[in-house]
Design a protein around this ligand. Sequence first.
Ligand code: RTP
Ligand code: MG
Length: 142
Amino acid sequence: MAQERTLSIIKPDAVAKDAIGDIISRFEKGGLSVVAARMMRLTREQAEGFYAEHRERPFFNDLVGFMTSGPVVVQVLEGDNAIAKNRELMGATNPKEAAAGTIRADFASSIDANAVHGSDAPESAEREIHYFFGDAEICARG
Ligand code: RTP
Ligand code: MG
């Protein structure tokens, strides 16, 4: 299977719960390696730009408000089939629908405060990785 990279964000609710370590452990145990990482507080402009595809959606303001409500951890994950693997480890957007054992089932409290973000396709992964990281900040393994 192809080696891929994907952009992951540990959202403010999970950071506030001190679940950073547990969540990164899920990725590592699931076969994904961290190749770049930064803790930061998103500005409104950064959050709006990141979620620009959702600009017209009714939940956009709440989403931006939530994503700027506290610090997040942005990271690049690398591994076989990393984009789909990360989404599988995350579980469904709404934690009520997330499969048992997924990150959202275990750490999310609502559809808004849902613990993690993951890129959903190769094109979005490319855009989202470079939204936060320059090539020199991504550390090759091996
Ligand atoms: P994400 O982008 O954060 O990884 O989540 P996702 O792909 O599973 O879901 P997406 O459709 O991209 O939505 C982005 C975030 O917006 C919030 N949302 N709220 N109230 C609603 O109906 C609703 N739908 C989406 C969620 O917090 C979701 O993670
Ligand atoms: Mg999404």
